[in-house]
Design a protein around this ligand. Sequence first.
Ligand code: ARG
Length: 459
Amino acid sequence: MDLWGARFKKELNSEVNSFNSCISFDSVFYKEDIQGSIAHVTMLAKQNIIEENDAKVIKETLQNIQKDIETGKLVIDRNAEDIHMFIEGELTKRIGDIGKKLHTARSRNDQVTLDTRLYLRDQIDTLTKALKSLIKTFCYKAKENLETVMPGYTHMQRAQPITFAHHLMAYSEMFLRDLGRLEDTKKRMNVLPLGSCALATTTYPIDRYLVQELLEFDSVSQNSLDAVSDRDYIIELLSNISMIMMHLSRISEEIILWSSWEFKFIELDDAFSTGSSIMPQKKNPDITELIRGKTGRVYGDLMQLLTVMKGLPLAYNKDTQEDKEAVFDALETSFVCINTFVPMLETLKVNKQNMKEAASNGFINATDCADYLTKKGVPFRSSYKITGQLVGYCIDNHKTLETLSLEEYKKASTLFEADIYEAISFENCVKNRKIIGGPSPEIVQEHIKNVLQKIERKD
Ligand code: ARG
């Protein structure tokens, strides 16, 4: 490479060159690289480190380079080592010696982490938008199902009655926390590394605060070795994305179960399911299976970078060039997953009747039966035992708590009256759980309202 030609007697071996190069994937930074260079050169002129006129020429040329890349007039050279070298090389090609002044008081080490921060903070905004539309979809679907009774499960065993709305809104909370984590990560990422140079800053009188302002960073990094060498902000983002995928994978797993013949709680729209090449009757939930599978892939991205970083001495090491593909892959994967999941959730049909039937089998109102006695003065452990015996009796006699006669109830306890049937009706079991966080339709309706407001406040 010409740039360090003075020190070397030979050209770089061509295989090593392509091994060493990352331009095939870091070319996405062209805009951020130019944006960073324009801020840098503005500051250099203001500090009288380079002449105002030279800065003007550099800025105009950089803008033209950007335009030419965007219109396809300038093709990014795949033989360049990286996007930074390519743009600087092109600048020098166009304006000669003036172009050579751009890299004063800067190194690719602070430049690359600057570009990455600029790029990722925008990507976080895009991911935030996608997550918000996902949360809204959960809210809208929940609104339609405030009274849709279904069994709630523990250990995959029918446990207590809830509503489909209550179940869906559990996910809105998870994704809201994911939103919060993205916000936090962006705050920690939004620190200007430029001015750290290769590792030890510079003797030029640069003004880092001016560059911070021009590039809208919240603060400037306080230790140059740290600024050029850590990639914790990328790991944090990868961990956020892994968590988003984990949540998406859990609901995907549920959708897979619910759409099976065994459950039949929901039916996927034809546009969001696939058939089998041999079994004509099949309707497969491929999208949700893929989301579940791709979650593993994103965890891999997180593990990759954690492992790349674990043994690196300070400061910059070329190993960190491996940070980019991992985070690009995780971002791209999460975008497709969310963007496919949203219309799939919007269009899925809810089989309310089957949910209710499932709720009716499995004695999921047994807690309410025990609570009925306890509210009449029986200590809970005794009510629990009486109800347990009633459930055993029902199983032996192929009955349910709803179909037992009052006489049968009275044999278990004389405190049972005709109002027991109301107390154990599934609708009432749900309605009477009016505690914050509970499934009662009025509580869930309020929850939906609050979540939608929270999201709008974040807009
Ligand atoms: N392409 C490099 C990376 O992604 C840029 C920094 C190179 N610095 C160096 N000293 N070789 O990390």
